[in-house]
Design a protein around this ligand. Structure first.
Ligand code: ADP
Length: 274
């Protein structure tokens, strides 16, 4: 993968009120792609882990940074119980399924609530970006906290990101927040790679599609904001089951129809940076 970083356009700088932020790239990787959602519970972490596994399967060297400080999912989704090694200055990511992983959840007890204020969160995120020995990666997938609050904003301002994928369900309630998210990333000059419709529908035994959360809302929102629609991922109980087992579906069943959706998407993401 060759590296060519896009400059922030003059139009974007103008939108940012003429300000440019000091954005530091994460050391040890060529590209950083964030996975964001406006609301919790739409499948952001499930998506981030499966996309990371799909990118690995097509030959990329991948890191996974769980930056969801308040609700880390990576320890559970990858069944990681150990703590990262540290020399007091930096930490070594934990390698699982041939992916370099880091999460605040590796450093805390499973049921400890994270009652941190903004500055502590910012400092934790900076530590993850700058003091982790990511080793020679093509891509780091960052599982962002949900929403458009201070944490999200600070993260987007402080770390050089090459793109963000926004995950949503097609429900009106989620889409409202997606629109806020799109505006925030546009304003911050973070490139939106596209939108994903997760849990788009359920395929019944009768062969019919059931649109549990409504139909087509994510694609419509993408069009409304001239963003790319990256496709849909149906509801499938196997996705949840393998997540709970700590070995996501793309790793457990690479031939499954859901895994194939992730592999196609991974090819698309890889091609963006070739
Ligand atoms: P978030 O990170 O947005 O809070 P999670 O990734 O934790 O969301 O997913 C929320 C729940 O939805 C989990 O139980 C997960 O297994 C389930 N889930 C996510 N995507 C799918 C899908 N495509 N089909 C079925 N269940 C899914």
């Amino acid at each position: 993968m060759t590296k060519e970083k896009p400059e922030i356009s003059d139009a974007t700088k103008k939108k940012m009120g003429g300000k440019t932020f000091e954005k530091n790239p994460i050391k040890g990787t060529k590209y950083t792609i964030a996975i964001s959602s406006a609301k919790g519970g739409v499948g952001k972490s499930t998506f981030a882990t499966n996309l990371a596994l799909a990118l690995k399967q097509i030959g990329c060297k991948v890191g996974l940074l769980d930056a969801d400080i308040y609700g880390p999912s990576l320890p559970k989704l990858f069944s990681i119980n150990g703590k990262p090694e540290s020399d007091g200055k930096s930490m070594t990511p934990i390698s699982k399924y041939n992916i370099q992983c880091m999460s605040i959840g590796f450093l805390t007890e499973e049921q400890t609530p994270m009652i941190w204020r903004g500055p502590m969160v910012t400092s934790a995120i900076k530590t993850f970006a700058q003091k982790v020995n990511w080793n020679n990666l093509d891509i780091i997938i960052v599982d962002m906290p949900p929403g458009t609050g201070d944490t999200q904003l600070t993260f987007a301002q402080e770390i050089k990101m090459d793109g963000v994928i926004i995950v949503s369900t097609p429900q009106e309630l989620a889409l409202q927040d997606v629109k806020r998210g799109i505006k925030m990333f546009d304003k911050l000059g973070v490139k939106i790679i596209g939108l994903i419709d997760n849990m788009s529908h359920f395929m019944g035994d009768d062969g019919k599609k059931y649109f549990i959360f409504g139909e087509g809302g994510v694609e419509k929102t993408a069009k409304e904001f001239s963003k790319e629609f990256l496709g849909e991922i149906p509801i499938d109980p196997e996705v949840g089951r393998f997540g709970d087992l700590g070995k996501p579906i793309v790793e457990s069943l690479p031939g499954h129809k859901i895994s194939k959706i992730y592999l196609n998407l991974a090819e698309k993401i890889k091609s963006l940076y070739n």
